[in-house]
Design a protein around this ligand. Structure first.
Ligand code: SF4
Length: 348
């Protein structure tokens, strides 16, 4: 058992973490991405059925192996693209008991073995004392992995219930309390990075929530300073598809804890946006991929944010620019089968 307590000396000996090793990581990001390293055969779940026919078993094994490779590749790619994890980091992996956080921990532990940098992982769960929360599940699971973990128990549920009148929004106070506690825990455990399990679909949903209800073009960052400036918050699952996490959770038989224990209805809007995206994808296959790619291809001169582009000071400079305004010509749209899946867009 390697559970830590808040009183533990949380600082890890990083003597082996040299500047040379850090340089190696930048030069050789391939080790994060190498599909074959450490992903031989997908681990079988504890209770894998013996009753399947040999053919079916082989097929499932092949598919599962491909899924594991894809998850490792996408997480490794996000880590490299955003330089999420560096030599000597101590990463606090936030565990809610949902499929996303289980998947994140699982894949990070696999990548840790083959990463070109040495870093530590400590899994942390905050037990908010929601009624019916099965508080034995995560300690049992994390204990069985033999990794560092910490369970922080704080009854924020009662505080929220006491301070927020029935029927009013609980989430803002609840998440503010949770954030403060997690920062305290990260500080005490000596973590410099905080990893959250949000995936590609969460990020797109957040983008649309902000646009529809907040009047902002703002998504969910793969990597950013915490609001108190003390930590770096990372989202290693940024490129991962939710459907893959669902399948991985089934395969690994994670002991999922339901996320409805607090009784809040506030995720309703997020669910509606999720349904909207799924409907779009059904109608126009490839649309989600295209929208996600768009989040990585921002053209400030073609938007209207005067903070991002100096419209006030803009003067003709006599230099042709293929990205300049083409006046009456419409922007050409991709003709070949691309991320839009060959859909013809008609200009009216
Ligand atoms: S959904 Fe429930 S647990 Fe999550 S922030 Fe809102 S009140 Fe808290």
């Amino acid at each position: 058992m390697q559970a830590t307590t808040l009183a533990d000396d949380a600082l890890t000996d990083h003597a082996a973490h040299t500047p040379e090793a850090a340089a190696l990581a930048v030069e050789h990001p391939k080790a994060w991405l190498d599909d074959e390293a450490g992903a031989g055969h997908a681990d079988a779940p504890a209770g894998a059925s013996q009753a399947l026919s040999a053919d079916k078993r082989v097929k499932i094994e092949r598919e599962t192996h491909k899924l594991e490779k894809r998850l490792c590749r996408l997480v490794g790619q996000a880590i490299v693209d955003f330089n999420m994890i560096e030599e000597g980091d101590k990463v606090m992996v936030c565990m809610s008991g949902g499929k996303d956080s289980y998947g994140m921990l699982d894949i990070l532990l696999k990548l840790q073995k083959r990463a070109p940098v040495k870093f530590d992982i400590v899994a942390v769960n905050l037990d908010q004392k929601q009624p019916g929360f099965p508080d034995y599940i995560l300690p049992e699971y994390l204990g069985s992995l033999g990794i560092d973990y910490h369970i922080e128990t704080q009854d924020t549920y009662s505080i929220v219930k006491k301070n927020i009148p029935e029927g009013k929004t609980m989430c803002s106070l609840c998440s503010r309390l949770r954030r403060g506690i997690l920062y305290t825990v990260a500080r005490r455990l000596g973590c410099n990075k905080i990893a959250l399990g949000h995936h590609r679909d969460d990020m797109l949903q957040t983008f649309f929530l902000n646009m529809f209800f907040g009047g902002k073009l703002k998504g969910m960052p793969p990597k950013l300073n915490s609001d108190n400036g003390e930590f770096i918050v990372i989202r290693p699952m940024a490129y991962v598809y939710e459907r893959d996490l669902v399948r991985w959770a089934e395969h690994r038989e994670f002991p999922i804890i339901p996320c409805t224990l607090c009784g809040s209805q506030e995720n309703l809007q997020r669910k509606q946006i999720g349904n909207m995206l799924r409907d779009w994808e059904k109608q126009y296959p490839g649309r989600i991929k295209s929208m996600f790619t768009a989040l990585q291809n921002v053209v400030p001169s073609h938007l209207m944010d005067r903070e991002l582009f100096d419209f006030q000071g803009l003067k003709a400079n006599g230099q042709p620019d293929e990205h300049g305004d083409k006046a009456f010509d419409e922007e050409p749209l991709p003709k070949e089968e691309g991320p839009l899946g060959g859909v013809q867009v008609v200009q009216l």
